[in-house]
Write a protein that binds this ligand. Structure first.
Ligand code: KG4
Ligand code: ZN
Length: 328
């Protein structure tokens, strides 16, 4: 009746993430470790440099893995399975974690599972509450604004996505143009606490649609114009945050209503936003959020995706692009 200990690795972008999750015989999951090395070498370039990211992963991955094993209080021989992100992401960066994980599993003689990065974000909240499909999953990060209908274990239907910028990208860009700094999400959230959410008038995006897509580029342009017209950073932050949260919630509520879903998992970097958490919490849906350190990219969420694959009886392995578990 020992739990199965699953190591999860994510090196899809500029964070080296390694986590450990315990999968109980009854199916419950628990995060035992979650260690992240965030690369800073890219700051000087104003964007992530793929070649540098790959090299940093190679340099750091052993240490992050040792930290994770220590945090979990286990040795490498205690592991029962390994999962790693196989896509999407920067190819060179992904391959570091993917091949490290595959080699480790091979050496230990334990199964290896390829995980889709978004599957990781979806399951990041699995340690917080019992999640029984069907439910909705909204992944809102710097690279994604994706709404999934999780029909059953292992089957995700992409029902909506951003037509242009990701939600986090809009937070980052608006923070930059109003001089609030980087990363934009936390900076906007902080400034918004002192601003008036009605100080700047933003038109809610995509109000005419019947589907479940999102759009953030119009808000970005409106923010730029308001800034040029002299709007203060705090009012701009508060007003933008309010309309962004409203837009995310309204589309999600429409999907929940149409599909008859009662539960929504909200994850990704933007899910750390307090105003968003409050709005979804008060929406009438059962809103489930990842625990601390599990919103942004990390290894534990990939271990949780591995646990879900094992629970669903999926064969070990998986395509190099992680497409096994992802049907857009
Ligand atoms: O998931 P993540 O770490 O990386 C990607 O895969 O993109 O998400 C990072 C994004 C950034 O755009 C950041 O500004 C945003 O999440 N973010 C937030 C908050 N914390 C991070 N956005 C709004 N409010 C926050 N508190
Ligand atoms: Zn991500």
């Amino acid at each position: 009746n020992e739990p199965l200990l699953i190591l999860g690795i994510d090196t899809s972008c500029d964070d080296t993430g390694v986590g450990v999750v315990a999968l109980q015989p009854g199916g419950q999951v628990e995060v035992r470790a979650n260690r992240i090395w965030s690369q800073t070498v890219h700051a000087a370039y104003g964007g992530v440099m793929p070649e540098l990211a790959s090299r940093e992963h190679v340099e750091r991955i052993d240490a992050v893995m040792q930290d994770a094993l220590e945090e979990a209080g286990i040795g490498v021989a205690d592991l029962g399975a390994v999962a790693a992100t196989s896509g999407p992401g920067l190819v060179g960066a992904l391959l570091v974690g993917l091949m490290y994980g595959k080699g480790l599993a091979q050496g230990l003689g334990i199964p290896f599972y390829a995980a889709h990065h978004l599957e990781g974000h979806i399951f990041a909240a699995a340690g917080e509450a019992e999640l029984q499909p069907p439910y909705l999953a909204l992944v809102v990060s710097g690279g994604h604004t994706h709404l999934f209908d999780v029909v059953r274990e292992g089957e995700y239907r992409l029902i909506g996505a951003t037509r242009d910028d990701a939600a986090g990208e809009a937070f980052d860009k608006i923070a930059r143009l109003s001089g609030l700094g980087y990363p934009g999400g936390p900076a906007i959230a902080e400034a918004a606490r002192r601003g008036n959410p009605k100080g700047v008038t933003f038109k809610e995006p995509m109000t005419g649609q019947s589907g479940y897509d999102f759009s953030f580029s119009g808000l970005k342009t409106a923010a730029l114009l308001a800034h040029r017209a002299g709007a203060g950073g705090e009012d701009l932050a508060a007003s933008f945050q309010a309309v962004a949260v409203k837009h995310l919630l309204k589309v999600t509520l429409r999907a929940a209503h149409d599909l008859g879903r009662r539960t929504v998992v909200v994850s990704g970097g933007v899910a750390a936003n307090q105003a968003l958490r409050e709005a979804f919490g008060a929406s009438g849906l059962r809103a489930v959020f990842p625990g601390k350190g599990l919103n942004t990219d990390n290894g534990a969420m990939i271990a949780l995706a591995g646990a879900a694959a094992i629970r669903a009886g999926r064969e070990p392995g998986g395509l190099a692009d992680g497409a096994t578990a992802y049907a857009p």
